[in-house]
Ligand binder design. Structure first.
Ligand code: PGA
Length: 271
């Protein structure tokens, strides 16, 4: 039996969009499992019950900390959702160094980031591969957070919407139609990631609006209305609220500012 306190900490949907907000901490390749446990314990201590009711909070540590955090969340009834940063597109087999979606599901993972720009750029992941990973994640009952974003050059030459459309296209054309409403799309302009230079709220609202329009055209308005959009790229406690107030945006994907419990707690509270 879960305690009352834990049961109550369920996020309420946004009253206007009816979507549940999602704030995700992408730790990238940082923190060992002991540091990971210490961070979530401190974070939980710093957050108030209303913070958990405002938004779902997913924590995406490296693979090596997933089991430790799963146990910590369960033992201390911390209402965080466990997240991963990547998954293989195959369920098992001779793929040295890979971790599959069934393995993540077994650890209680709820969300898996796929197609982060660092994986596309440094590890050569294509949009087709990203779509296969998203489907593998969905097949195990988890939700993919599909990252898309343009380079500064693509932005300068007015190719943003075209690039984002190309990145999303393989997902929209191959993903199981009935499950599409469960996907999360993270709009992360590549030039804004880790640069300290976030996109302006006006730009994010404009791109978010274009993405919603694209989704409506491709999957129909009822399904599009369920799909959550996150913004990511140099989000910090000083600008998080502005992004969360945008009509098109339902959540945040936070890198650097999620690596310190005080900063991330401040960011969540500021929303
Ligand atoms: P950042 O990273 O918040 O450090 O810019 C965001 C991300 O890469 O998901």
């Amino acid at each position: 039996m879960m305690s009352r306190k834990y049961d109550d900490l369920v996020p309420s949907p946004d009253p206007v969009s009816h979507r549940v907000r999602l704030i995700s901490a992408n730790w990238k390749m940082n923190l060992n499992h002991l540091e990971a446990i210490a961070l979530v314990q401190k974070l939980y201590h710093l957050l108030r019950p209303e913070d958990f009711r405002y938004a779902e909070i997913s924590i995406h540590p490296p693979f090596t900390s997933l089991r430790s955090l799963q146990l910590s969340f369960e033992a201390d009834r911390m209402p965080f959702t466990l997240g991963a940063q990547n998954a293989a597109d195959e369920p098992s087999g001779a793929f040295t160094g890979e971790v599959s979606a069934p393995m993540l599901a077994k650890l209680g993972v709820g969300y898996v980031i796929v197609g982060h720009s660092e994986r596309r750029r440094l590890f050569g992941e294509t949009s087709e591969e990203v779509a296969r990973k998203a489907i593998a994640v969905q097949a195990m009952g988890m939700r993919p957070i599909i990252c898309i974003g343009e380079t500064s050059e693509q932005r300068r030459t007015d190719q943003t919407v075209q690039v984002l459309t190309e990145q999303l296209d393989p997902v929209l054309s191959t993903y199981p139609v009935k499950a599409l409403e469960g996907i999360v799309i993270a709009y992360e302009p590549i030039w804004a990631i880790g640069s300290g230079e976030s996109a302006s709220p006006e730009l994010v609202e404009e791109v978010g609006g274009s993405l919603r329009q694209l989704l409506t055209e491709r999957v129909g308005s009822a399904t599009a209305a369920q799909i959550r959009l996150q913004y990511g790229g140099s989000v910090h406690p000083g600008n998080a609220h502005e992004f969360m107030s945008l009509e098109a945006i339902d959540g945040l994907l936070v890198g650097g500012a999620s690596l310190d419990a005080d900063t991330f707690a401040l960011l969540v509270k500021s929303c």
